[in-house]
Write a protein that binds this ligand. Structure first.
Ligand SMILES: Cc1cc2nc3c(=O)[nH]c(=O)nc-3n(C[C@H](O)[C@H](O)[C@H](O)COP(=O)(O)OP(=O)(O)OC[C@H]3O[C@@H](n4cnc5c(N)ncnc54)[C@H](O)[C@@H]3O)c2cc1C
Length: 499
């Protein structure tokens, strides 16, 4: 019997994962990707002798030990090189001259917190207990083992039983958003520390989960950058016999009698397939390409009321200096603001790519300053290229001025400057509002589900960061796995994963 064919729209991590699992299950797969390279948001680019990584910050579960590791093996990501993190981040309050490392050594972290913020003893103990509690079970695949659509009551019972030691840290008050959790904290620096560990809207359980990975030495950064990780998935896809067509933007989805039958590219060429799987921006697909014909109230509500993550402006510098004493990521609370898109920012996040020689020649370093910023501001500005460039330069000048105070002499050592705004992220990936992770994770969405199919449309599935409650590397890899498992189920086939 000839193999059934699948067209995947988008060659980001979600699309590659979808393609890999589809090939493992004997489908013919073609991915259409608008860029000349795969990876989407997990992007790196060269500037002179420097490698700028504008993608993935950190990855959990990258080595054997947690059940999550199986997806790394399945998609080939175990072949990427990682550097384990001993410190999740450093936080420096320039006004009070205090600093703390969020260390994998929880006893040390707790002691440091207690000595800095003695008045917050009770909440510190509670917070550390939450991290330890999360590490009592292997929670790394909690809710991800199967697609939600196929989870039966007995699967949930097994899931809860296996994670019973950590369960209480996922429920009730653990779902309180960090911004509410910090309200009782007395020391403003401690409050800011928690607010900025990830995003203020995430449930405190989410912070515990990330820090439990740090504690278990299961959080790492990519030694050769995001694109190396992407290449491992692309290699896996090609080894399994998949086809990727680059510079091929899909403009429309062909639908016949409420069944997806192929796609039309920007140049007008049409391609047919038995199934179409979208791994690109959800709004664009559902409301533009499919004209909003295949929605229900749940989908409409999601796109109307769920927030998307606020995008970044990333300012990268290639510097002829070493930063040996710096940890890979530091948050600086500054007494004076940097003005970013009409907002005063008192927090500056810096990534120091000092953990691997892949990013810069010996003795030199890439450093990257990231600010969360408004999409609308940069999008409007992008319509006037002169003003857009002036604004980028103004921002760079402010950042260099601040860096010079912190690292005297740095301004003369900067060899390369690169600015990626939310508009840059949008232009490159077409993700709405330049969102780097899809929907904003919050306590409202923590236990929500996003179906992989649209009501009334056959032979069509969705994967990637808009097909999950939020994005992230592992999440989008699971999204591909889930869609293919669901497709196999719908076709009465046993779902397979080769190793
Ligand atoms: C700066 C940054 C830091 C991050 N840090 C982390 C982190 O620390 N940990 C973590 O887990 N995650 C992190 N993420 C998030 C993670 O990288 C993303 O959630 C994930 O890569 C999204 O993958 P995706 O395939 O769903 O989407 P995308 O990467 O957006 O892929 C979609 C692809 O489709 C293509 N495309 C779009 N429209 C079309 C079309 N019409 N036709 C053909 N092709 C099309 C795009 O070019 C793109 O290649 C970060 C992201 C960024 C940008």
């Amino acid at each position: 019997m000839s193999k059934r064919s699948i067209i995947v729209i988008g060659g980001g991590l979600g699309g590659l994962s979808t393609g890999i699992y589809a090939l493992m299950n004997d489908y013919n797969v073609t991915i259409f990707e608008r860029n000349p390279v795969p990876g989407g948001l997990a992007a790196c680019w060269r500037r002179k002798q420097y490698l700028i990584d504008g993608g993935i910050h950190f990855i959990a579960g990258y080595k054997p030990g947690l059940s999550l590791y199986r997806i790394f093996e399945e998609v080939g990501a175990h072949k990427a090189e990682y550097v384990g993190l001993e410190v999740y981040a450093r936080y420096i309050d320039e006004t009070s001259q205090r600093s703390i490392d969020i260390s994998a050594d929880l006893d040390k972290f707790q002691n440091d917190l207690l000595s800095l913020f003695p008045k917050d003893k009770r909440i510190i103990k509670h917070f550390i207990k939450g991290i330890r509690g999360m590490a009592k079970s292997d929670i790394s695949e909690f809710g991800f083992k199967k697609p939600m659509e196929l989870m039966k009551t007995k699967d949930w019972i097994v899931e809860f039983w296996q994670n019973r030691k950590s369960l209480r840290y996922f429920l009730g008050k653990s779902l309180m958003e960090v911004k509410d959790y910090v309200e009782k904290i007395k020391d403003p620096m401690f409050r800011e520390l928690l607010l900025n560990m990830f995003l203020p809207e995430v449930p405190v359980a989410f912070l515990w989960m990330i820090l439990s990975f740090v504690y278990q030495k299961q959080l790492g950064v990519l030694k050769k950058g995001s694109f190396d990780f992407v290449k491992k998935l692309e290699n896996r896809f090609l080894e399994l016999g998949g086809t990727i067509k680059y510079r091929s933007q899909v403009d429309d989805i062909l639908v016949k009698d409420d069944k997806a039958v192929g796609v039309i590219l920007e140049d007008g060429s049409a391609f047919n397939s038995d199934f179409v799987i979208s791994a690109i921006d959800g709004y664009n697909v559902i409301f533009n390409m499919l004209e909003g014909k295949y929605v229900n109230e749940k989908i409409k509500n999601r796109y109307k009321n769920w927030k998307v993550v606020e995008p970044f402006v990333c300012i990268s510098f290639g510097v002829d200096m070493e930063f040996k004493d710096e940890v890979w990521m530091t948050f600086f609370k500054t007494p004076n603001p940097v003005q970013v898109a009409n907002e005063d920012k008192f927090l500056t996040m810096i990534r120091f790519f000092n953990y691997s020689p892949s990013f810069a020649p010996e003795g030199k370093t890439v450093i990257q300053v990231d600010f969360e910023t408004e999409w609308e501001y940069w999008f409007e500005l992008s319509k006037d290229k002169k003003r857009y460039n002036e604004e980028k330069n103004k921002l760079v000048d402010q950042v260099i001025k601040w860096l010079e105070k912190r690292y005297p002499g740095i301004s003369k050592k900067i060899e390369v400057t690169d600015v990626a705004t939310p508009y840059t992220f949008w232009r490159y990936t077409l993700n709405q509002k330049g969102a780097y992770m899809g929907f904003l994770p919050s306590s409202k969405t923590f236990y929500a589900s996003v179906e992989k199919e649209l009501p009334g449309l056959d032979c069509f599935y969705m994967t990637g960061q808009w097909a999950m409650t939020t994005g992230g590397v592992q999440t989008v890899i699971y999204s591909g796995r889930h869609a293919i498992e669901l497709l196999c189920h719908n076709e009465g086939k046993v779902f397979k994963t080769l190793k």
